[in-house]
Design a protein around this ligand. Structure first.
Ligand SMILES: Nc1nc2c(ncn2[C@@H]2O[C@H](COP(=O)(O)OP(=O)(O)OP(=O)(O)O)[C@@H](O)[C@H]2O)c(=O)[nH]1
Ligand SMILES: [Mg+2]
Length: 350
């Protein structure tokens, strides 16, 4: 039941909603809001869901119940319905009561940025470890939002209030099921990790390790493919890679070196996901060298470097030896840019 509630139909059309608010991180200026919205549109494209218009409200403060004002939500809902949308995607994290309130006012499905990222992660996870991790993150995201998801069901059933008996009981039941599932998957994860730690020990004896890290879609997997002549999945999608992959660099390299491809970073990455993927990143973080890959052709590349830096700090590896590689030089329409970058980042490769 819960899984159906969480799933977003790929056939739906979605309208994007955001705000410009001086007190709201990543949305404090028009530039920040637009950059984040462009990224959200890319996330939707990755998921294969058609997007319609984007709706933005300028606000001095956030409405704690509905993020935007309720009148504005009504207006947006009417326009979204007129353009054939059935979902409002908010470019921020929503609480359970916010989801419930906005659903009630708009009469549309309501999801947030975090939900979209979780869907992509679920779809792209390939190894057992990544699948378990994403499942734990997904359940941890759902747990405090059960009432929000349930309000939708309530309406479908003809307006059974979520505070009413049946709703409350169902939420309590679901809460227990979810807690049990989280406990079960955490145990499973420990088992999988044991064998991974063994493999890591063997590897570190064999060679120097270098981890490719950086913003999603920067070109980490492509670089790994070219350097190691392998065929790791590379795609023009966000979060194409979710699992760390290890490959030997040209075997004649002295000393021998193993490259590690890793999951990409994103600004505003929900905490539940960072936590979940710390284990996947752990093996990469124990590497002897960090190779930061950055897409020079993206106009926000400086921001991407900043986000990468912050995530590395959060992972506690900001003091590790690093090398910056600026990628996709061929996509630059301004050749002077690469010269400027060489000057501003003298230790990098362009
Ligand atoms: N023009 C151009 N495209 C590139 C270059 N390197 C990678 N790409 C393209 O950029 C897209 C993303 O490449 P990936 O290697 O999948 O990027 P990634 O950093 O592994 O991305 P995630 O796994 O999603 O974090 C793909 O479509 C690549 O073909 C480059 O040097 N030039
Ligand atoms: Mg990749």
């Amino acid at each position: 039941m819960l899984d159906n509630e969480f799933y977003i139909s790929r056939e739906s059309k979605a309208s994007l909603v955001s705000l410009i608010c001086p007190k709201f991180a990543e949305h404090s200026t028009e530039k920040d809001t637009m950059r984040s919205l462009d990224e959200l549109r890319e996330l939707m494209r990755t998921l294969g869901i058609e997007t319609g218009e984007e709706y933005i409200q300028n606000r001095k403060t956030i409405d704690p119940g509905t993020i935007l004002g309720s009148g504005k939500i009504e207006e947006i809902a009417n326009k979204a319905k007129a353009e054939g949308s059935t979902i409002l995607v908010f470019d921020c994290e929503l609480t359970s009561s916010q989801i419930r309130n906005i659903k009630k006012i708009s009469g549309l499905s309501v999801v947030d940025r975090c939900h979209i990222i979780l869907e992509i992660f679920s779809e792209h996870a390939r190894t057992k470890e990544a699948k378990i991790q994403i499942e734990i993150s997904r359940l941890q995201y759902i747990l405090p939002r059960l009432a929000g998801f349930w309000s939708h069901l309530g309406r479908q059933k003809g307006g059974i209030g979520v505070r009413g008996g049946e709703g409350e009981q169902q939420i309590e039941l679901d809460r227990r099921i979810i807690r049990d599932r989280i406990a079960f998957f955490k145990k499973e994860l420990k088992e999988v990790e044991k064998s991974r730690i063994e493999q890591r020990k063997k590897r570190s004896k064999k060679a120097i390790t270098a981890a490719l890290v950086g913003y999603t879609n920067a070109g980490k997997s492509s670089l790994m493919n070219r350097l190691c002549r392998v065929d790791v999945l590379e795609e023009d999608k966000l979060f194409a890679t979710l699992d760390s992959t290890f490959r030997m660099l040209n075997p004649d390299t002295k000393p021998p070196m193993i490259l590690i491809d890793t999951v990409g970073f994103l600004s505003n990455l929900p905490n539940t996901l960072i936590d979940g993927f710390k284990t996947t990143l752990e093996s990469a973080m124990e590497a002897d060298l960090l190779i930061i890959v950055c897409d020079i052709s993206d106009e926000n590349f400086e921001k991407h470097l900043e986000v990468t830096d912050n995530v590395l700090k959060e992972l506690g590896v900001d003091d590790k030896e690093r090398l910056v590689i600026f990628n996709k030089k061929d996509k630059l329409n301004d050749p002077i840019k690469s010269r400027i970058i060489r000057r501003t980042h003298p230790d990098s490769f362009v």
